[in-house]
Ligand binder design. Structure first.
Ligand SMILES: *Cc1c(COP(=O)(O)O)cnc(C)c1O
Length: 398
């Protein structure tokens, strides 16, 4: 069959086209177990989606096939959360004595797993400055097994050069993994760059409505088989009802992401020109230090951006609390716009010195742009920015 476009895959992805009669929506197989005719059949179904839901479930299968096709992977697996997908997949691939290379900017939970949990089992990780992919080469050891990536990053929207990182990994026989949550398969398809496994917090854009927790891993059938074995043992499988909600979200993924991209670019351009804003981080702004790489490896900038208020820490807090349309809440990827201060959310546990090195100041604001009207979002930002006093040295320019 001709390769289908993502818009079509999102809607028809995992469902069987030959089934013309029957429900249009995928039924929720809200069951823990499945009955069989006899013990021969019992033996046959153990490795299927009709045995016991921790092993698999027909509602999962439809979502897994859809996501695999969107990512250009042979297979995908669902998990109870993004962290479930990350930890289970990594544990499936390493053993005591192994070494991992990872970039320095990672989702907080993943960073904690690599730096705190894996060492307890004799697995060490070396971290490399995210924007210097060539440096991965320097930390590779004879016992290095995995390269772990994430792009764009939270909250400063740095990118990792996928072609370069994968080139080094292939030369050293490493398995590459990427957390593709921020980009989604609509804006970035890492498997086409040679990445082996794509991970997602499907809680975010894939589900898209801030109403469930979900995770995904996608890759070759062989690797997913290994991950499946581990998932059935560790037990972080998704509930069938959550899989149904995820499928419902996936159907509109393409149109939502297109709107997130448009809105975020408009908001980024507005903020960049605003007198009370110092700096805007958004990959599709020409001012982004890796803009050339962004347009080369991504087809859209995504819905996340961050910026620095040209004011005090107190004014920055007041600004975030003065917004009417942006909810002050962590997370991202839903239809609603959200605002957070990384110093009180994702990076609250990081020391002030480390934060400074990462470019995370008291004035840094992160916006997760939703799919509302861009003019309305901009008007809300404009009224809230009025709480920031004009900088003295700028006053004459008004
Ligand atoms: C939210 C998030 C995770 C963790 O996912 P959960 O679904 O909350 O477990 C991992 N990576 C990124 C980039 C995220 O934004």
């Amino acid at each position: 069959m001709k390769k289908r476009h993502p818009e079509t895959v999102a809607i028809h992805g995992g469902s069987e086209p030959e089934h013309k009669s029957g429900p249009l929506a995928t039924p929720i197989f809200q069951t823990s177990t499945f009955g069989v005719e006899d013990n021969d059949e019992q033996r046959r179904v153990t490795h299927s989606d009709r045995f016991y839901t921790r092993y698999g479930n027909p509602t999962h299968t439809v979502a897994e096939k859809t996501i695999a096709e969107l990512e250009g992977a042979e297979a995908a697996l669902l998990f109870a959360s993004g962290m479930g997908a990350i930890t289970t997949t990594v544990l499936a691939l390493v053993r005591a004595g192994d070494h991992i290379v990872a970039q320095a900017d990672l989702y907080g939970g993943a960073m904690k797993f690599f730096s705190h949990w894996l060492p307890k089992f004799g697995v060490e990780t070396s971290f490399v400055e995210t924007t210097r992919a060539a440096d991965f080469e320097r930390v590779v050891r004879p016992n290095t097994r995995l390269m772990y990536l994430e792009s764009p990053t939270n909250p400063t929207l740095k990118l990792v050069d996928l072609g370069r990182a994968v080139g080094i990994a292939k030369q050293h026989g490493l398995t590459t993994l990427i957390d593709n949550t921020f980009a989604t398969p609509i804006n970035q398809r890492p498997i086409e760059h040679g990445v082996d496994i794509v991970l997602h917090s499907a809680t975010k854009y894939m589900a898209g409505h801030s109403d469930l927790i979900a995770g995904v891993a996608a890759g070759s059938r062989k690797l997913m088989e290994q991950v499946w074995e581990t998932r059935t043992t560790l037990g972080g499988t998704m509930d069938p009802h959550a899989a149904f909600l995820l499928l419902r979200g996936l159907k509109t993924l393409v149109v939502r992401v297109e709107r997130h991209n448009q809105n975020a670019l408009r908001v980024a351009q507005f903020l960049e020109k605003h007198a009370r804003v110092k700096r805007v981080n958004y990959p599709f702004l020409a001012s982004h230090p890796q803009h050339a790489l962004a347009v080369q490896q991504m087809s859209g900038g995504g819905g996340l951006l961050s910026f620095e208020v040209d004011g005090t820490a107190e004014e920055t807090r007041r600004f975030t609390e003065s917004l009417r349309m942006f909810a002050l809440a962590p997370s991202l990827g839903g239809v609603d716009s959200l605002v957070t201060l990384p110093v009180v959310t994702s990076h609250a546990m990081v020391s002030p010195e480390e934060r400074k090195q990462m470019g995370i100041t008291e004035q840094l604001v992160r916006l997760a742009i939703g799919i509302e009207n861009a003019e309305d979002l901009i008007a809300d930002l404009e009224q809230a920015l009025a709480v920031v006093a004009p900088a003295k040295e700028h006053a004459h320019a008004d």
